[in-house]
Design a protein around this ligand. Structure first.
Ligand code: NI
Ligand code: MN
Length: 227
């Protein structure tokens, strides 16, 4: 069955783990990179890395309609539960087997307030382990940090990294991150959505080939890849 993923744009992805639709960081309606209709998505799980609007803007509507379980830090899960949504809390370092995927929350260095300014807990990334043993690290919004070496220690098939600079690590630090993580494939995200995160992704991909052991996998919004 395996795993496939589609980049919606920015930090938003749809995964299929053994065919089970799973959404990450739903920012769709106001996302300039995509014309996907959020009503066309029917996830079973929605993973949320942090509470910023460019990661949760469509969370409530998609979760309410689909009945998906929101998997996020305690503060975001509690917020979701308060909205009447299904929610499962995790916290940094903790993992859970959801049947068709195991997810572990990693640390991330960023911030995590809700759009109204209320506290959204600590930001996170996720390590997804498939039923077939593939390991995928989705960093969320983060700066470079040296513990990425530990996250990569068990072997990674894919690392999804922000490269857009300004709000997260930029292209230089994302190359260094790959030297620490040592994944097989490197998928860039959180770039070229707005002018503030404009990046020459082809130049970055060339550096990844030259300076790391990872193969860059540059997706266009809407494009999918299967492992
Ligand atoms: Ni953010
Ligand atoms: Mn962001």
């Amino acid at each position: 069955m395996g795993v496939s993923f589609t980049w919606i744009g920015h930090g938003t992805f749809v995964f299929h783990f053994d065919g089970h639709e799973t959404l990450v960081d739903p920012f769709i309606t106001d996302n300039p990179a995509t014309d996907v209709d959020p009503d066309d998505l029917n996830p079973e799980l929605i993973f949320v890395t942090h509470a910023h609007s460019d990661h949760v803007a469509d969370l409530e509507s998609v979760a309410a309609r689909s009945g998906a379980t929101v998997v996020a830090n305690v503060e975001i899960a509690t917020w979701a539960g308060g909205k009447g949504l299904n929610a499962h809390p995790l916290n940094s370092g903790g993992g859970r087997d959801f049947g068709f995927v195991h997810a572990r929350q990693t640390i991330a260095f960023h911030s995590s307030s809700f759009p109204d300014g209320s506290y959204g807990g600590n930001p996170n990334g996720f390590v997804f382990t498939t039923t077939g043993g593939e390991r995928l690290y989705l960093a969320g919004d983060t700066a470079l940090f040296s513990d990425m070496q530990l996250i990569g220690a068990g072997g990674l098939d894919v690392a999804f990294l922000p490269i857009g600079d300004n709000f997260t690590m930029g292209p230089d630090d994302a190359v260094t991150a790959l030297q620490l993580l040592k994944p097989r494939l490197a998928v860039p995200m959180h770039y070229n959505t707005f002018d503030l995160v404009a990046v020459d992704v082809d130049a970055w991909a060339g550096r990844v080939r030259a300076e790391t052991d990872a193969e860059p996998l540059v997706l266009q919004p809407g494009e999918s890849h299967s492992l």
